[in-house]
Structures are given as C-alpha cells and as structure tokens.
Design a protein around this ligand. Structure first.
Ligand code: BTN
Length: 260
C-alpha cells in the first residue's frame, strides 16, 4: 500500500478525511485498498499524477501532472443499484465546480452516463466502483473523478478538451478539488434527503443533445434513435425509429452523425 500524506492546502467540508500524494497507481485503487482495510469514510484520495489511471470499460486514463485525480470513499447505507446513481451526482458536482472556478455560468453539459462536456468536448470522466457484502448489501463505494485541468488526451473516440485549453490556464487542480469536494457534499446531502429524483432532474437540465439523434454503442450492439431521457434507474432512454423505447444500461453515446 502506498504511503499517503495529508496536504493542508486542500480545504474540505467538515467530516471528510483526506489522503493526498504526489503520485499513486490510481486514486480509485488506493481508496479500494483502504476500504478493504476497513476505513469508514467519507474519505478523499487525491494524487498529483497516476501511474495506472483507469477509465470506464477497462480503458486507461492518461494521468500526467496538472490534471485532477481524486476518489471519494463512501459507505452509504443503501442498495448497490441506488449507490450507482451517485455517478450522476458526481458529474453535476464536477460541472458546478468547473463553472465556479472559471466564473462560467451554465456552460457545462452532461453526457450519459457521467461525462462532463465543455462545448461538446469531454473535460471530465467518472469511474464508480463498489463492493457488496455476502448478503448483497453495499459494502463500500468509490467515486473516482478525473478532470482535464491542464491537459487533455489526443486521439480519443470522443473530442476532448481541458480547462487550460478553453482559456483558463491559471486554474490549478487543488483549486478545482476544493470546489468539487464542496459541490459533491451538497449533492450527497440532497441525495440522502430526497433520493435520486432531484439529481435526475438537475442532470436532465444539463443533458447534452436531449431530444436529438444519437447512437449508443454497447458491448453487444449499436442502438440508433432519439435521446429521450433518463430512466428513474439511471438508464439512457432511446426512442427508436419505430417508436419503441430502449433502455441502455451500459455503453458509450455519440451524436448520430459522428459515432459508431
Ligand atoms: C472515464 O472513462 O471517463 C472515467 C475516468 C475516471 C478517471 C478517474 S481519475 C481518478 C480516479 N482514478 C482512476 O484510476 N480513475 C478515476
């Protein structure tokens, strides 16, 4: 296990622990190691760079110094499926944090399931991981957040950008992390008090391309149709040309003219 040190420069809402390191394999992996060791959370793990950063669907996540790499360990008392919906709360928090530090207003949008976009380009991704106990109840949850602060990767399936590339070179990862921790705390409180409904509503208000033609690429097929919304369980709703409503549980989404 890597040694972690607490960095006083990070400011967190009350009640959160923090372990910050200059470099780590993956902040999600570090959070998972501590979860398995019995840490109760909520606890943030932040790193200046990652040597084995991971993205969704088994992809690598380029993790050079300058971007934000942070994971929050939680043990919410809820079912595994309910906890998975926290990825939508996380992307709202990312969008709001970026708007706060840049002074932008309502410029960030969300792409299903949990990417934040700036003018249609991916600026952040979220990797949610969890484990259940022997009875199937949620044991722990890790919400991993990567934000392109200073750099963005080339040659991605979907166009990408960074905060610096969009004209804000003075923003640092610690600045953004402070705002993110505060905004995610806000959405976690809403979720605890009122469940997924207000999170879903806020996510839909920021959804990129709602009502437009999209292509969803899943492990087994491509689904073409109109982006019709988000189900109460967090599935992507696509209305096919014959009017049938399809629920996509996992996959990647592209505007119809660029994707799959
Ligand atoms: C995606 O594929 O869009 C999700 C990317 C998630 C990257 C973050 S960076 C912090 C945390 N640690 C990881 O290894 N991954 C997540």
């Amino acid at each position: 296990m890597n040694t972690a040190t607490t960095e006083p420069e990070y400011k967190l809402p009350p009640g959160y622990g923090l372990a910050a390191s200059e470099a780590i394999d993956s902040t999600n992996d570090e959070a998972k190691r501590w979860a398995v060791n019995g840490m109760s959370g909520p606890h943030w793990f932040v790193a200046g760079r990652q040597t084995a950063g991971r993205g969704r669907r088994g992809r690598a996540w380029a993790s050079e110094p300058g971007n934000l790499y942070a994971s929050l360990l939680l043990r919410p008392d809820c079912a595994v499926g309910e906890a998975a919906l926290l990825s939508f709360a996380a992307v709202l928090a990312v969008a709001e944090a970026i708007e706060e530090v840049t002074g932008l207003f309502r410029k960030l949008t969300c792409k299903w399931p949990n990417d934040a976009l700036y003018e249609g380009k991916k600026i952040s991704g979220i990797l949610l991981e969890s484990a259940s106990d022997r009875d199937g109840a949620l044991d722990w949850l890790v919400i991993g957040v990567g934000v392109n602060v200073a750099h963005f990767p080339d040659h991605t399936d979907f166009p990408a950008t960074s905060i610096a590339a969009e004209g804000y070179p003075g923003i640092t990862a610690p600045d953004l992390f402070t705002a993110l921790a505060r905004r995610l705390d806000h959405w976690l409180k809403i979720w605890r008090q009122a469940g997924f409904a207000p999170v879903r509503e806020a996510w839909l208000a920021r959804a990129a391309g709602l009502g437009e033609a999209i292509t969803a690429r899943t492990a087994s097929e491509e689904v073409h149709g109109r982006f019709a919304g988000l189900s109460p369980e967090g599935a992507l709703l696509i209305e096919a040309q014959d009017g049938a409503m399809r629920e996509i549980l996992a996959g990647d989404v592209f505007p119809a003219n660029t994707g799959a």
